[in-house]
Write a protein that binds this ligand. Structure first.
Ligand SMILES: [Zn+2]
Length: 274
């Protein structure tokens, strides 16, 4: 019976109200952000009452933990605590979605993060039917803050959640299934390695900026591909990651220090880039 109620509550025609509610949460959260950035710390009671008035109860029970996490963020309003509170909201959103279609943990994908970045997170691969609604809602809650919505890192849980397409490409990489030349699958492997190592770099250096993390990620493509298929193909995919992924990012996610010999060059003595 509980399962039936769950499915009923998640039927697509209910989504509009979930999206609307998350939109009001985002607007409220942005207002608190703006206050804190302006050096004005709202009173807990004001924070809670604006939440109750402007956001209020979610349209469905599944989002209740998200609402609770958001309101809890009012309890200790320093910039650091507020940032932690926003991470709690994303965590609650992940949990709300992964209950229905549980993503699977992949240790071999975690090994890629281990060999390149040096962290060993739990990596979860989502199914399309679960990731699509989740990533849509994640975009509302945290849109514009992440270089790509194809992966998310949670430092408190040492966990990375990945888009199913990214996982499919990583599986081909792990099985050494090299795509035919000139196919889009080549870029997909380069992109998937960038998404995974980007999130792993977040876990390794929590205070690093998006631009720093993305610059390190794009430099992981070459050694990872070289280990699987040799130097020539590694150069090809590293250039694809650079030209088709990195250079297409908005300015905020790039850095002028991300260049051969720049401050973010992982191998400053080598003239190879990226
Ligand atoms: Zn990021």
């Amino acid at each position: 019976m509980a399962g039936l109620i769950g499915l009923f509550a998640w039927s697509p025609w209910k989504d509009a109200t979930q999206v609307e509610w998350l939109g009001t949460y985002r607007a409220w959260s942005d207002d608190i952000d703006a206050s804190l950035q302006g050096g004005l710390v709202p009173l807990r009671t004001d924070c809670e009452s604006t939440f109750d008035d402007d956001v209020g109860e979610p349209p469905q029970e599944q989002l209740q933990p998200v609402a609770a996490a958001a309101r809890r963020g009012c309890a200790a309003l320093s910039p650091v605590e507020w940032r932690n509170g926003k991470a709690d909201v994303v965590r609650a959103l992940i949990d709300a979605h992964d209950d229905l279609l549980p993503p699977r943990r992949h240790r071999d994908v975690s090994d890629i993060a281990g060999s390149s970045v040096g962290v060993r997170p739990d990596v979860y691969c989502w199914q399309s039917a679960g990731w699509a609604p989740f990533s849509e809602q994640f975009a509302i809650v945290r849109g514009g803050e992440e270089a790509s919505l194809k992966g998310i890192a949670d430092r408190a849980r040492n966990r990375i959640d990945l888009d199913p397409g990214v996982c499919a490409a990583l599986r081909r990489y792990l099985r050494r299934m090299r795509p035919t030349s000139l196919s889009y699958e080549n870029f997909q492997i380069a992109e998937a390695l960038t998404v995974l190592t980007h999130q792993a770099e977040h876990l390794k250096a929590p205070s690093a900026s998006e631009a720093e993390v993305e610059c390190f990620a794009v430099q992981h493509v070459r050694p990872l591909v070289r280990a699987a298929w040799g130097a020539e193909y590694a150069t090809e995919l590293a250039l694809q990651a650079w030209e088709l992924s990195y250079q297409q990012l908005p300015q905020a996610f790039r850095s002028s220090a991300c260049r051969n010999g720049g401050r973010l060059d992982r191998n400053p003595r080598s003239s190879t880039w990226p």
